[in-house]
Design a protein around this ligand. Sequence first.
Ligand SMILES: *[C@@H]1O[C@H](CO)[C@@H](O)[C@H](O)[C@H]1NC(C)=O
Length: 389
Amino acid sequence: MNPLKPLLLLVGAAIVLPWDIALIPGPVPRINLQTENTGPLDEPNYTRESVLFPSVEQGLQLEAWVYRPKHPAASPPPVVVMGHGLGAQKDMGLHNYASRFADSGLAVFVFDYRTFGGSDGMPRNWISPRRHLQDWRSALLYVATGLSADGSVDAARVALWGTSFGGGHALVMAGEQKDAIRAVVPFLDGKLTLQRNLKTRGVLALLRGAAAGLHDHVRGALGQPAAYVRLAGPVGSNSLMQLDEYELESYFSKHPKVYQGGWRNQARAAFGLEASSYRPIESVPHVTAPVLYITAVKDTLCPQEAIQAAVASTPRARQIVMPCTHFDVYRGKEFEQVVEAETAFLLEHLAPEAAAATAAAAAAAAEQDSAAAEQGAAVAGGGDAHEEL
Ligand SMILES: *[C@@H]1O[C@H](CO)[C@@H](O)[C@H](O)[C@H]1NC(C)=O
């Protein structure tokens, strides 16, 4: 029998059968509306404008808000690059953080991943760690070239800020671009960032997610609209993020009334194929920049050990543990506490002397890496020589 046959049958079934009630057939249309909170701002402490910058995907453009402080900490000011979490976009609560950083004299660059918010890309609401990381790279390239060339920011003093799933991306980027990054502020939650809720739901749930992803891909290959799954929903529902009543209320409280780009509480099912193999924790030991971890402990079903492992393997880590749930850091006294701690941390590590010291440490680490690589090559070469004897 052709060994491919069972696979083909499976693929065939995945296309034609409405086999899983969790699947929502697309498409999710893109809606280009100027919404109440996406336009330009001119405030006493800063201006904000939307800019477009190129994606690695030919012809696509990504959108970002650029905050320019009116009382810059330095001229040009250091810059904080911000990316959002799982299935989220910049009009979901990021302005509150960005505006406070700008108040304190920092430039801020808040971008949307492809297929979200003001950024191009179809099908919409496509969560993909691989593409999100490409978008981070595109954002950092634009900040280091376009924005710094016109004197808006100091490309030698860049910090990264990421929340939940985006906190993982920020750590991956900081490990990858040691020479460029001077500070990192991830907000991690074991439940969301490390995808433990997918894992703890068991193998069957993982397989179901993978099958849904396959179904979505095959539909795409056949020119059918994408298939979606619910993003956030109650515990026990068919959702990527299962949240209790309090967490759900907290989650939606940071959302706008009208979403930019026509966002829906759905994510492309394709995510199920990519989700379980993404391991941002592996990047953590390579981050030479100082890292301020914000973690929320309360009411999460999953224990904190994954985050503690990340903190323990970070060369320069500081941690603030908030006695609240995941989405509480966007409002009230928890927001105040977190934003003040983050602002102080950013100002401290983006100051000229501190940033220069971090840059020197990164250069030394890079030298050590290449020396170790050379030594490895020498040892390998010696091995070869031995073989010849
Ligand atoms: C401007 O920034 C200062 C310093 O951070 C702050 O105290 C003040 O409230 C800000 N003004 C406005 C209008 O937000």
